[in-house]
Design a protein around this ligand. Structure first.
Ligand SMILES: Cc1ncc(COP(=O)(O)O)c(C=O)c1O
Length: 397
């Protein structure tokens, strides 16, 4: 038999999904295991959004729509971007698709030729590097650490740009670090992008989930020249607890949106028509459910960070956005737990799952070796129990 595509065979599976699957298998076997691996809100989709989905089915909104989504949905996206960030987009500059994930992919498709470089600051969401490879691009991963507060600086960005650089993927607020860039920090990055003429895929899916009064700034809101180079990716998964509805969007310069729409027309067709109706209701609807979600996440974050901060051998981030805490386990390297020596974040996660019965994700998959990601998208009771288990695990010699 002929070999399968080299490009396809070389794609690495998602570290997050791998850990979540392992956790689900253990749970299916009846084991008392707690999961903090998944990246989805644990709240139900708000009632009025569910009702809009049900009404869509009952009203017969079950047919094909234009590939980039209905005019109703694209107008709802434009109105949300205007209201939340003061951004002006026309509906033809917006393409909706099957989740923000697909939007990042088609954005890369629109920009990247084989061999083009794409700058990805790390720690980063597990899919970026593989998505860049999937379009034949060359990922240029810029690792950041505690010293820089896990932030990309304009100096690092400028130094990494070559004649082959096509774009930067910036995720703000960031999964997994919870970093939120200030307007000034973003403006400094935007100046480099404008001067050196590169695009920015700005993944803003966690825009509504920021804490401690941190202010979220959309990259496209940094002025006309920044907006001309920005492919703003967002969606309804995180803000409205709609992960399963699979609805994301990209707002971009008209020419870029046209190319993306052409691509979608052949590749996916429209995103689910029912989900489009529900997403339009989410974007145009009341903001209280979003604010309630944000407050619940902030309470959980406070609790997790406070308790982890008192535990020996580890340290953790204090995320200003998204819903993940990064725990540094390098202080445990060389130590023995349950008969095995911990030498990496992967060792830690394996042992912690096996003996502590808690699933967390190794940082290596995020370009963050030595760190471990906890999602605090779980009830307070579960978080309390998970941290009790961590305490026990750390104490076990
Ligand atoms: C940074 C980031 N971008 C995009 C996505 C994908 O979102 P969607 O469910 O809209 O595909 C995720 C989901 O985990 C994410 O963390």
């Amino acid at each position: 038999m002929k070999a399968l595509s080299t490009l396809a065979r070389e794609i690495k599976p998602s570290a997050t999904l791998a850990m979540d699957n392992l956790f689900k298998e253990m749970r299916a076997r009846g084991e008392d295991v707690l999961g903090f691996a998944a990246g989805e809100p644990d709240f139900p989709t708000p009632e009025h959004i569910r009702a809009a989905g049900i009404a869509a089915i009952q009203n017969g909104d079950t047919r094909y729509t234009p590939p980039a989504g209905t005019l109703e949905l694209r107008e709802a996206v434009a109105a949300r971007l205007r209201e939340s960030f003061g951004l002006a987009y026309r509906p033809e500059q917006i393409a909706a698709s099957n989740g923000a994930k697909t939007c990042v992919y088609v954005s890369l498709r629109a920009l990247v030729d084989p061999g083009d470089e794409v700058i990805v600051p790390a720690p980063c969401w597990v899919s970026y590097v593989e998505l860049v490879r999937m379009v034949g691009g060359a990922p240029v991963v810029l690792e950041t650490g505690w010293e820089e507060g896990f932030k990309l600086t304009p100096q690092r960005l400028a130094a990494a740009i070559t004649p082959k650089t096509k774009c930067l993927i910036l995720n703000n607020p960031c999964n997994p670090t919870g970093v939120v860039y200030s307007r000034e920090e973003l403006a400094a990055l935007a100046r480099v992008c404008v001067e050196r003429d590169i695009y920015v895929i700005s993944d803003e899916v966690y825009c509504d989930l920021v804490y401690d009064g941190a202010e979220f700034t959309s990259f496209a809101a940094l002025g006309e020249e920044a907006q001309e180079r920005t492919l703003l990716v967002n969606g309804v998964s995180k803000s409205y607890a709609m992960t399963g509805w699979r609805l994301g969007y990209v707002a971009a310069p008209a020419e870029v949106a046209r190319v993306i729409t052409k691509y979608l027309g052949h590749c996916t067709g429209n995103p689910c028509t029912i989900s489009q109706k529900a997403a339009a209701a989410a974007l145009a609807g009341p903001r209280e459910p979003v604010e309630e979600t944000r407050r619940a996440f902030q309470r959980r974050r406070d609790y997790m960070v406070e308790r982890m901060g008192r535990m020996p051998g580890i340290r953790c981030t204090r995320p200003q956005g998204a819903f993940y805490v990064m725990m540094d386990v390098k202080g445990l390297y060389g130590k023995e737990r349950f008969g095995s020596v911990i030498r990496s974040d992967e060792d830690f996660c394996r042992l912690f799952l096996q003996h502590g019965k808690v699933a967390v994700v190794p940082g290596t998959g995020f370009g963050a070796p030595g760190l471990v990601r906890w999602s605090y998208s779980a009830s307070m009771e579960r978080i309390r129990e998970g941290l009790d288990r961590l305490e026990q695990f750390l104490l076990h010699a």
